[in-house]
Ligand binder design. Structure first.
Ligand code: 4H7
Length: 211
């Protein structure tokens, strides 16, 4: 699953430039039985299987370096956002653990993980897509990965507002005109309009961001 997204565009460029060192590991490599078993039935009964702790503990212990933050991806984690992305971008090493089956043995959470993250309130088949979302958001924040233009454009979201409306040519399309102010050449007015639009849009669509 990881091959496509992580071998594309900005992330691949960061890897090739040596700004990001990314490794994918197979949990089954830390099993010892013939069937490479990584799951088992829950004590107390109930549907589905859990990730058994032994391969996870062995994998994490062998992959962990001196400064490694171990992060579980699960729907029960704290909600991932841009500020957590900045937190993670400042870490030396991250070890992202993608849950499968019905989840982890609780001891993985209490004894192995440093943090548990969710990318949003919905259920996914496993933690692979959430891990890739985290990798993408964090990689963009690593020094040297983005040009100056893109880096500063990300700051509008960090500033806590949604993007203002943007237009490119043509100046009229299917009867809809680009607002006059954007064609005026008056940079102070343009700046003011954009700030007002961003605020109004945030108030309408994401009032939670203004709290
Ligand atoms: C840990 C525990 C993350 C990981 C349970 C992971 C959503 C997110 C998973 C589960 C994830 C998120 C197993 C619970 C599959 C649901 C159908 C993997 N889902 N799952 N069950 N929002 N799933 O970040």
């Amino acid at each position: 699953m990881f091959a496509g997204p992580l071998d594309e565009s900005i992330i691949m460029r960061a890897r090739k430039a040596g700004l990001l060192d990314l490794n994918i590991h197979q949990l089954r490599d830390w099993t010892h039985d013939r069937h490479k078993t990584v799951d088992d039935r829950p004590f107390g009964g109930g549907p589905g299987m859990l990730m058994k702790p032994e391969p996870l503990f062995e994998a994490v212990e062998s992959l962990k370096r001196a400064e490694t933050k171990v992060i579980l991806l699960s729907p029960g984690g704290r909600k991932f956002n841009q500020s957590i992305a900045r937190e993670l971008a400042a870490q030396k090493n991250l070890l992202l653990v993608t849950g499968h089956y019905e989840g982890f043995d609780e001891r993985v959470r209490t004894m192995l993980a440093d943090d548990e993250l969710s990318i949003g309130d919905y259920v996914l088949t496993n933690g692979a897509l959430p891990a890739m979302v985290v990798i993408d958001a964090v990689t963009r924040l690593l020094p040297g990965v983005l040009g100056d233009d893109a880096s500063s454009s990300d700051e509008s979201f960090s500033a806590g507002l949604l993007e203002y409306p943007q237009y490119t040519r043509p100046a009229e399309f299917h009867g809809a005109k680009v607002p006059d102010v954007l064609l005026s050449g008056n940079h102070a007015e343009i700046e003011k309009w954009r700030r007002e639009q961003a605020k109004a849009r945030t108030k309408a669509k994401r009032p939670d961001l203004l709290q």
